[in-house]
Design a protein around this ligand. Structure first.
Ligand SMILES: [Zn+2]
Length: 460
């Protein structure tokens, strides 16, 4: 049964691939775009989407004051966008069906978000839009591993073998790809997983950054046989800086960070030189301050995206809830690709620790929790401005002194926050994952701030 499910997913991929055929040459040629061509493409695609939204999509039709006719001279997409309000997730959630064109586009399909925070959002996509996105991914696969349909190991939280079952993974019977449950990544299954991967010889290992890292940690000194032919693509979460080396030492020749979201309004993918290039076809990425203005180069801001590909649900200046650092759209990367670059993605804004004076502090997971002796996994939960819970999972055999460990963490946290803190340490056998998709967060902020004047970002 389960193998059939995996096969069904792969069959869907092949259908999307066929639907994407008409876009293949555009997708391929996009890689040759100059920076001017990049911006021209985005402006033209946006104008077309905008006209459609004003004519066919109730939310925009009801708010024409906010979404006026464009003047003919406008051709800088960032300037055009700057006149529109930022669209919040709450607004989309509260007016969900108003974002669907009326009448619906042919062959529209629906998908509901996992809803790790709050009510899920119903998203729509036509088969042609799915095909376009598939073509974009296939072109990427061609470039990073020489194959449009690479043999793939997915690390997934969707696939959860029943408790009494011995099965580690689901294999699609037609194409041979394997979905390995992230809940199977434990020492009991280590030998089985090594054997599985050595037999599969994957060209891509695909999953959440934390899951791919967990696989690398689990394998330890057992380098995979397929390592030199394999790349890892990590998604959905912030890649902690020390994870990369662990992953590239054990499971792949190169790791690529892949930044997108379920709403399908943007994509930035890492190049061989480690820069995150914005894909021109998917969407516009803006990085804004608290007044909705672009942050300066080198500063951290809120990620706001405008999808260019999905007329089935046009989202204009949609705030994702992520924070990222701006490069001011530099595009002079040594890899030769002229698509502008965004810098470090800090992940969910909600995972940046808040201070009483209004600062938001990122990378605490990295600066406080990395390289802790004897610790397998750890997490900081902020429950008040100066109140934290620290969840710790120790390696079974290890016997590092608790007192020493707690002092290390406390000292680092005080140093980073520049204030005294109260920490409750909890020793667990595993860190609880939130939501059905089991995203791991090294830092969780779990309280409401009442009177923070603004979001002054401070990264230490
Ligand atoms: Zn590059």
């Amino acid at each position: 049964m389960s193998n059939w499910k995996a096969t069904k997913i792969e069959l869907n991929t092949r259908i999307k691939s066929v639907a994407g055929l008409p876009n293949r040459s555009l997708v391929r040629n996009a890689w040759q775009m100059s920076t001017d061509e990049f911006w021209n493409y985005q402006a033209t695609a946006f104008k077309s989407l905008y006209e459609f939204a004003r004519n066919r999509v109730p939310f925009y039709q009801k708010n024409l004051n906010d979404y006026p006719l464009l003047s003919s001279g406008d051709d800088n997409v960032l300037e055009i966008l700057s006149q529109f309000p930022v669209l919040l997730k709450q607004t989309l959630r509260a007016n969900n069906s108003d974002f669907l064109p009326s009448p619906l586009l042919p062959l529209t399909m629906f998908h509901t978000t996992s809803g790790t925070s709050g009510t899920p959002i119903r998203l729509s996509e036509t088969i042609w839009e799915k095909g376009f996105y598939q073509a974009i991914n296939e072109e990427l696969f061609l470039r990073i591993c020489g194959n449009r349909y690479p043999r793939t190991l997915y690390l997934t939280g969707f696939m959860t073998p029943s408790h009494n079952s011995e099965e580690l993974c689901w294999r699609d019977l037609l194409f041979g790809n394997v979905a390995l449950s992230i809940y199977s990544l434990n020492s009991r299954n280590r030998d089985g997983i090594i054997q599985l991967i050595n037999n599969l010889k994957p060209q891509i290992i695909w999953g959440y950054a934390s899951a791919v890292h967990q696989l690398a940690v689990l394998l330890g000194d057992r380098t995979l046989r397929s390592k030199d032919q394999c790349v890892a693509v990590v998604t959905s979460e912030t890649l902690q800086p020390d994870w990369r080396a662990d992953i590239e030492n054990v499971i792949c020749r190169k790791l690529f960070n892949y930044y997108s979201s379920q709403e399908g309004c943007h994509l930035a993918v890492e190049c061989p030189f480690g820069q995150m290039h914005i894909n021109p076809l998917m969407g516009v990425i803006e990085i804004l301050d608290e007044y909705d203005r672009p942050v300066k180069k080198g500063e951290l801001g809120r990620v706001v995206v405008t999808g260019l590909l999905r007329k089935s649900m046009p989202l204009i200046r949609y705030e994702l809830g992520d924070a990222a650092e701006s490069t001011g759209y530099v595009s002079d990367c040594s890899c030769g690709l002229k698509w502008p670059i965004i810098a470090q993605i800090e992940g969910r804004l909600e995972n940046l620790v808040k201070t009483r004076d209004g600062r938001r502090i990122g990378m605490l997971g990295y600066s406080v929790l990395k390289d802790l002796p004897g610790v397998k996994e750890s997490q900081i939960v902020q429950v008040g401005y100066e109140k934290f819970i620290c969840n710790i999972v120790k390696f079974e055999a290890d016997s590092v002194e608790t007192e020493y460990l707690e002092k290390l963490i406390r000292d680092q946290l005080i140093k980073r926050l520049q204030t005294n803190v109260q920490i409750e340490f909890r020793y667990l056998s595993s860190i609880p994952r939130r939501g059905s998709r089991a995203k791991f967060s090294a830092v969780v902020v779990d309280f409401e701030d009442k009177d923070i004047p603004n979001h002054r970002e401070a990264i230490v």
